[in-house]
Design a protein around this ligand. Structure first.
Ligand code: SF4
Length: 328
């Protein structure tokens, strides 16, 4: 059940969250797609792989996960002894929704000679049906370790899978899921923006469709895009991913200009993730105060899902902070 904001007027939410963080021995983890006010008070801000590793390594008693449900579930899978709270349990993901476990199991059964390499943006049940999980920052490293003759099912993001197929000459079978946020970028509007800023490179997340990725100077995870921005010599970057990542760029590089890639209406509002946006300071405060809504996972399911996550963490060793899928 999601904690419902009651009358919190008069409360200094930031001070209260700081007090509860100490009182509960809690760590606050936030994804780059969270609102700036949440990023600013988090103990750690990162991408899915970095947050998974933090969740596995923390000695906190409570993990307050500011992201979406599959991320909080991943934290619980890796740290079952900890209390994991998600400010809003309705914070789902279109990729997760696109891949119902029963349909994925049937698809696997049709291809018994394929292993399942699965993007972390999926349910715990689908993780349990998979062999190796990948994130956008670990996919390249992991795929390179799988022999070319091995047949692979890749799900649920067909754009990330297609990008990897094109880049590495693989022929992975793709599950037809998409991220509604990255799907919304407009090629026409992107090219108009590029014409206004001809010297600005384009950095794109591989969840974007090929018609966006094909125009990118750099393709990579959120942390990869952040590192690319830090390393670039120019002063302007066009960013084709969820625009809240720009907050970390502005903090790290106040002298540079970051422009969110546009959607079909010419602005980037349609590229704000509606699931990530459900988390608020009020809900985070209530989650820490009441230790609810909590993520709970049945133990057999957790252990089955943990195998594919452990495989990722072992195979991705050394990739944290690089976040780099390279240039297409
Ligand atoms: S940005 Fe896309 S992939 Fe990420 S949580 Fe939102 S809907 Fe899912």
């Amino acid at each position: 059940m999601t904690a419902q904001p009651t009358n919190l007027s008069g409360l200094d939410l930031r001070a209260e969250i700081d007090r509860l963080r100490i009182e509960r021995k809690a760590v606050i983890l936030a994804h780059y797609y969270q609102k700036p006010e949440i990023q600013d008070l988090a103990d750690f801000v990162g991408d899915s792989l970095e947050l998974s590793r933090k969740a596995a390594a923390t000695d906190a008693e409570v993990i307050a996960f500011c992201g979406v449900r599959f991320m909080a579930e991943t934290a619980k899978i890796l740290s079952p002894e900890k209390i994991v709270v998600l400010p809003d349990m309705d914070a789902g993901c279109s990729l997760e929704d696109s891949c119902p476990p029963d349909q994925f199991a049937a698809f696997r059964a049709q291809h018994p000679d394929h292993i399942a390499l699965t993007y972390i943006n999926c349910s715990t049940e689908v993780k349990a049906l998979s062999d190796v999980i990948v994130t956008s920052s670990s996919a390249e490293t992991i795929l390179a370790k799988i022999p070319p003759e091995q047949k692979i099912i890749f799900g649920p993001d067909r754009h990330l899978g297609g990008y990897l197929n094109r880049k590495f000459g693989r022929d992975m079978l793709l599950w037809p899921g998409v991220c509604i946020v990255h799907e919304a970028f407009s090629e026409t509007e992107l090219l108009k923006l590029k014409a206004q800023h001809p010297d600005a490179p384009i950095a794109a997340h591989p969840e974007c469709p090929a018609h966006i990725v094909d125009h990118a100077d750099y393709v990579g995870s959120t942390s990869g895009i952040l590192n690319y921005a830090k390393a670039m010599t120019g002063d302007t970057l066009i960013v084709a991913t969820e625009p809240h990542i720009i907050h970390q760029m502005q903090l790290a590089m106040p002298g540079k200009t970051f422009i969110g890639a546009p959607g079909a209406d010419g602005n980037c509002n349609c590229n704000i993730c509606p699931y990530m946006a459900l988390n608020t300071l009020e809900k985070l405060y209530l989650a820490l105060r009441d230790l609810t809504p909590r993520v709970e996972i049945e133990e057999t399911l957790r252990l089955d899902a943990k195998k594919s996550l452990d495989a990722m963490l072992a195979m991705a060793s050394g990739t944290v902070g690089q976040g780099d899928l390279g240039r297409p």
